[in-house]
Structure formats: C-alpha cells, structure tokens
Design a protein around this ligand. Sequence first.
Ligand SMILES: [Zn+2]
Length: 587
Amino acid sequence: MADILSLKESAVVYLDRSGGLEKLTEDCKQFNDPQHAEAVYRFCVTVNPSDVIEVDPVLGDCVLHEPLRATALFQSVFFLAIKTLSLIEKIHTQSQVNVILNLTHLPPFPEYTLDLGCFPRGRGPMRPISMEGLVIAVTRVTKYTQGARFLCINDDCPCSTGFHHIRVHAPGATESATVRNDFSCMICNSQLKEDVKFRVLGDKQLVELIHVKALEVLNARQQSSLRYQSVTLFLRDELCNSMTIGRLYRVLGIPAHVHQWPNLTWSVEANGVRPWEPEYLCNISVGFQELLRATASSPWRFSAIAAHGFGLDIAPPGSYDTLKLGLLLSLVQTRADAEEACHNLDLLVVATDTLVFDRLMTYSLGLARRGVRHQASGEMFASLSRDEHGTGTANIHAGSALLATGGICMLGDLGYYKKDKLDSIQSVLESRTVSVFILGKKYGEDADQQLSFPLQCSFWALADPSQRSGRTDCTVLGTAEMGPVPLQLADTFGLVIQCKDMLREQALLAQTVHTLQQSVQPGKPLYPSRWEFSSQDYQELVTHAQTLKVELSPGAEKMIHGYYMASRRVRTLSQGVKMSVASIKLL
Ligand SMILES: [Zn+2]
C-alpha cells in the first residue's frame, strides 16, 4: 500500500514539474458546461519516460513495462486532483476518469523496438514498443465506444443509480469487450444494463503497416520468394488521419491480442505517430569528385559525361544519351518532402525497339529511393476491400502508384494497356490525385463518399510508334508518331523523348555487338575509359543530388524563360511542331 502511495506521490511530482497539472486544469474547463453531463471524462497527458525515471525510477519502470498499471495510477491521481481542486463538480467516481498516457519516446534499446520483418512477433510482452514501416492500407474513420455507463437492474442496489459501473476502452479491446449485455453487478450479482444516453463515442481508423523492405519485392530487380506480413494498427481519436497511404512512419504502440471468435489476431494500439525517413548514405565516390573537378570550367560537361557512362551494362556509351540524362534527371527530381509538396518528372519514351529502353528503365528504377514496377495483375492506383477487424468499413489498399510515393512508378509499354486504363492514367496525371469512390450501401455507411489521395511519384512509360491502335484518325498530324498512346495522354507527361531516329543502322549494330558481348562475357569492361562509374556510384550521386538546394543562375533563368516563350509561341502557331502542355507547365 505504501508502495502505491509513494508511486502516486511521484506521479503528482512529475505532473507538477512537467506542467501536466496546469494542462489538467485547462482541460477540465471544457467539461464544466452545466447542460452537459458525461459518464466518462477523457484526458490525454504527455509523458516523457526519461523525466519520469528522473523523478522516480520505479514509476518510470511502470510506465515503460506495465502500461495498464501506470494508467490506473495516473487515473487515481487525476481523480484526486479534480476532487481536491474542485475542477469538475459533476464527477462522482474514479472510474469516470479516462486517462491516455502519450509517451514522447522510448529508450533507444533493442528491447523497445520491433522489427516488422521478424517472425514470430506475437510472443513479446504487452508493453510500449516502437516500429518503423510503410503504410499500405487505411480504412475510413469509424466510431468506437470510448466509455459507457452501466446500471444495476436491481432497484434496491446502490449501483442502480450513480456512476459505479463504468467501462472504458482498453488497448486491444474489441467493441464487444467494452459494451455487452452480460455483465453482472459486483455488489448484488444482478444483471447490468447500459445507460445508452451516456455512451461516449470516439473515432478510430485501422492502418496496415509493413516493413519498408517489402518495396524491394515490388522493384522487380531480382525475383524474390520473400513475403512480408503487415501489421494492423489501431489509430484512435487524435491519431486518426495522422498517417498517409504510401508514406513511412515511426509508430509507438502497445501490442494487443484482439479476440474475435474464432480468431485471435495480433495488432498494435498506436500511442504516437511520427513521419520517418530511413538514413541514406550520401557520399560521393572518388570518381565523380574527380570528374567534378575536371569539368568545373563548363556547366554542361559533368552531366554530359555522367549520362554518357550511364547504364553501360545495357547500352553502349554514347547511345540514347538524351534518354539517360532524362532518367537521371527524373531520379534526382522525384521526391516527397515533409511539406508534401510535389516534385516529379514524368517520362514517356517513344521508341520502336522498346526492349532496350525497358531494360534501361528497369536498371534506373533500381537506383531510385523507391521504385515500383507496375505488374499487370496488380492494382495501379487503389483498391477497396471490407475490413476484417470488426468494423466492416471500407479498407483502401495502395496500388503501385501510391506505393511509389516519393519515387518512381514504372508503367512499362503503354501498348499493353486497355483504353480505360490509359484514360484513368491520363486523368490521374492531370489532377495528380487518386480518387476512390466508396459505395455507402456496400460498406455499412449511410452516404457514398469520395476520398482523394495526392499522387507523389513520377511515372515512366514506353510507347512503340510502330504499334497501330486501329484508329482511323492516326493520319492526323501528331497522333501517328505516338502509336497506341492518345496525344492527350502523351501531353500529360512532363518529358517526352523520341528515340526512334536513334536506331539507325550503325547504332543498331553497336547495340547488337554490345548485347552479344555482354551475354558472352558478362562484367568485362568493354570500353576502357578514364571515367568509369559503378551502379553504386550513380545511386550515391542521385541520393546526394536530391539533397542539394538548387538555385538558378541568371543566365540559366534567362535561357529557360526564352525557351518557355518560344515553346508557347510554337504551340499557338500549330504548324505541326508539338510541345506538350505538361512540358510547358514544367518549364
Ligand atoms: Zn447491483
């Protein structure tokens, strides 16, 4: 008993020092509306485990390892404070106080982190842990019962009035664990009945979090038989809508076994959510540093040589330099920052022999921070399913484009897409949002709802002009060269590179010799040059370039402005010179 008393004392000292008591006084004001009587009063308190340990190591240990006991301690301290300071007159029992402890962080030790890639993971202790991962699905926000008041049906029992039987939500509890009709009175053992008008509802949202390495499976660089299992997070109240599909987060949460007959699932009740970015090494290789020094006299040479020597495993140096430069530019330009501003460069390559270009793109995709190759069998934007964790609401799953947030989504040859798919790519590229329509009737809601998610990736696509779409209007100027791709769709790409003229006989021969030699003697350097860079060198260069803050020199600005004006004029002249709308916007 003395032990509990000293813990409560320490809790008061901590709350006093951390400003928690002041916040409590502030929070209580909203409950003092005389029109309003509630069964449960909810308080969130920020708890810094390091500071608690400073005050009392035993209390700190309790906060970190026995979250339910710690919550009960703070609950009784809060009730005492409210009563002693007369903060809320209408509060009657301690069980009416619902305390949520929001931990600021956890100690940086392996015992407190969960690797989402490890298995089995359901055997760990039910205490706060931290995990990092990628959001691959979110549900709509639905309601849950924060707290409810129960009355005894026996009129002679003191529990037939007042606030003796209060149930509040605990981590991992299902709706039926909080409210049910077979509870019995602790005094007379009669049945309890819920006083429905006192039920307090809160918001909840379910999120699927997966190990970030799962993206490597989608990259299609190497075939992998690995399978990653996502974990379900429960976000409640303030945390709802704090996670965006396709982004990375560090989540602090309490694991819980959720019983739902006949299943038992392992889920996590989120306690805190923060955006997270893995650390990338951005050293510049010695080779590129030397190149930079050697080419410092010219603004063009560095990028020209970097593009010249790019992707040598696939194409000989000097071929498709414009495309290689475009790929590098798109890699550097594409990222999603904390402000959620969009930086991207969509690339459409028009070429008769798509195989080499497909290989070049696949190779470049491996250099991106995040690269997703869209598979014909997969969903490109978003798909819906019914949530299986008891809410029955719509669960929105990320498709390739949303999974590629902050990176590249490679579409491959557009000639293989059906017209309706091409139309949806066009509308998504124009609006840069992915919209999902949720039929209310199907997912247990009264009204239909349309949700939108920002599209924050660059698309890479190929088109073969020799493929005919069977249209009759393909003789119209400007449509014939794009093959199966409608001009309006090509217009939405920021950069269209025509590679068909490059395949002259000589280039074709060079490519053939290159491919043959590569397959006979893989890895052998074919073109001894002073400037040789490995894939890793390029990857580091791209990563480093992404972190640079670029400023336009007055000369460059003048040139781009001149080009912009000229392109606008050319477009209005409409004398057959094509300039896509997206390109002009990009400029
Ligand atoms: Zn009773």
